[in-house]
Design a protein around this ligand. Structure first.
Ligand SMILES: Cc1cc2nc3c(=O)[nH]c(=O)nc-3n(C[C@H](O)[C@H](O)[C@H](O)COP(=O)(O)OP(=O)(O)OC[C@H]3O[C@@H](n4cnc5c(N)ncnc54)[C@H](O)[C@@H]3O)c2cc1C
Length: 348
C-alpha cells in the first residue's frame, strides 16, 4: 500500500513539535485520506517520546530519530535523520514544514533519495493527480504544479493549514537508527534577542505596520521620533502584535534621517520584503503604495491610520481607514490597553 510521510521536528525544548510541523501533519492526513494511503509521521527530536504525545490520536505510523545529536539543527545530522526516516517509510510523497531547520536540508535529502522537491507550497489538492499550489513573483502569480517523479517532497509554508490537535497520550514510536557522519559542526549556543526585543512574531494575530510618517515632521513642524518609538513599542508589548515596516521607514537609517532603532530590513513588508500571514493588519503612518501592499496578500482584515484621505489604503486597499493622526490614535489605544490590564479578570 502507498505510504505518505510527514517529516516533523521539535522546537528548541527538544520535546514539543513545532506548530508548523503539526500543520504539515494536517496536510498529510488529508492527502493520505484522499489517496487511501498509509500515513507515517517522522520526528526529529531530542526527546521523541514526549514529542509524539501530541500525535497519539493521529492513527499514523510514528517513526523517530532521537537523542542529543538532534537537539540542535545541523545540516549533517538533520539530513541523515530525514534520509533514515524516509528509508524506513518508503513514501511516495513527503510533506514537511518550511521551517529554517528543514528548508536548509530538504532539497539535499530529496536529491540523495532520487526524488524531487517543491518549496513554498501553500495547498495540496487532488487525489489521483496531486497538485501543489505555490505563489510566484512576490505572490502575484499563483501556480498549480504536478509532477510524475517520486518521491515528491513538498515543503509547506507555515500558516497555511490548521495545526493537528488530537487527544494527547502515550504513543507507540518506532525508533529509527541513523548512521551519523563524524560531526564537523559544533553548535556552541544560541544568540537571540530577548523576547521583548523580538518584534517579528509570526504567530501573532495582528500585524502592526509602521510607515515613514512616524519620523516625518508633524503638524507642529517638529519630528517626534522618540515618542513614535515609545508608542509603537508600548503597543507591541501590550498587544503581542508583530511589527512590520514600510521600505521607506527602514531605509531612512542609511539616508541619515531619524530612525526607530528597533526596526531592521527584516521587518520590511512588501515586494522587496516579507509577505507575512496574520489574521489582521493595522498600517500606521504609511501611504499604502502598491509595492508595499503586495506584501499584505495574506493579511485577513486590513485597517490603516493615515492623515491623507487620498492615500492608497482609501483606494480599495484596506477594509477600514481611519483618516486621523496615528500619534493621537495609538496614544489612546495604549491607554485603553493599560486600563484593560488593570481590570480584574472575568470570573468564569
Ligand atoms: C522596485 C520597488 C520595490 C519596492 N519594495 C517595497 C517594499 O517591499 N516595501 C515597501 O514598503 N515599499 C517598497 N517600495 C517603496 C514603495 O513604493 C513606497 O515608497 C513605500 O512603501 C512608502 O513608504 P511609506 O508609506 O511608509 O512612506 P510615505 O510614502 O512617506 O508615506 C507616509 C505616510 O504617512 C502619513 N502620515 C504622516 N504623519 C502621520 C500621522 N501623524 N498620522 C497618520 N499618518 C501620517 C502621510 O500622510 C503619508 O501618507 C518599493 C519601491 C520600488 C520601486
Amino acid at each position: 500500500m502507498e505510504s505518505i510521510l510527514v517529516l516533523t521536528h521539535a522546537d528548541e525544548t527538544g520535546s514539543t513539535l513545532t506548530k508548523a510541523s503539526l500543520e504539515a501533519v494536517t496536510a498529510g492526513k488529508d492527502l493520505a485520506a484522499r489517496r487511501g494511503a498509509l500515513l507515517a509521521i517522522g520526528m526529529v527530536a531530542q526527546n521523541s517520546a514526549a514529542a509524539a504525545a501530541t500525535l497519539n490520536s493521529s492513527s499514523a505510523r510514528l517513526l523517530a530519530v532521537s537523542g542529543e545529536a538532534f537537539a540542535q539543527p545541523r545540516y549533517a545530522s538533520d539530513a541523515a535523520a530525514c534520509e533514515a526516516v524516509f528509508r524506513a517509510a518508503q513514501a511516495t510523497f513527503v510533506l514537511a514544514p518550511e521551517s529554517s531547520r528543514f528548508a536548509r536540508v530538504m532539497a539535499g535529502v530529496a536529491h540523495r533519495l532520487g526524488g524531487c522537491i517543491d518549496t513554498h507550497v501553500t495547498a495540496i489538492s487532488g487525489a489521483e493527480n496531486v497538485e501543489a499550489t505555490r505563489w510566484f513573483y512576490r505572490q502575484r502569480v499563483e501556480a498549480g504544479l504536478t509532477r510524475a517523479a517520486r518521491p515528491w517532497f513538498l515543503l509547506l509554508e507555515p500558516g497555511t493549514h490548521a495545526a493537528f490537535a488530537g487527544q494527547p497520550g502515550e504513543a507507540q514510536v518506532e525508533q529509527v537508527a541513523v548512521e551519523l557522519p563524524a560531526p564537523r559542526t559544533t553548535v556552541t549556543g544560541m544568540r537571540a534577542p530577548l523576547a521583548n526585543e523580538q518584534t517579528i512574531r509570526p504567530d501573532a494575530k495582528l500585524l502592526f505596520v509602521a510607515g515613514a510618517g512616524w519620523t516625518k515632521k508633524q503638524p507642529d513642524g517638529q519630528v517626534h521620533a522618540k515618542e513614535a518609538g515609545e508608542l509603537i513599542l508600548g503597543f507591541l508589548n501590550a498587544s503581542g502584535a508583530s511589527l512590520g515596516s514600510s521600505k521607506s521607514l527602514v531605509d531612512q537609517g542609511s539616508d541619515g534621517q531619524p530612525v526607530l532603532p528597533f526596526l531592521t530590513h527584516l521587518n520590511q513588508v512588501g515586494q522587496t520584503g516579507a509577505t507575512p500571514r496574520h489574521a489582521k493588519g493595522l498600517a500606521t503612518c504609511c501611504h499604502g503604495e502598491e509595492p508595499h501592499v503586495v506584501g499584505w496578500r495574506f493579511i485577513g482584515e486590513r485597517r490603516a491610520i493615515s492623515l491623507d484621505p487620498n492615500c492608497g489604503w482609501t483606494r480599495g486597499k484596506a477594509d477600514v481607514v481611519y483618516v486621523a493622526d496615528a500619534f493621537q490614535v495609538m496614544r489612546r489605544v495604549n491607554e485603553l490597553l493599560e486600563l484593560k490590564k488593570q481590570l480584574p479578570a472575568p470570573s468564569s
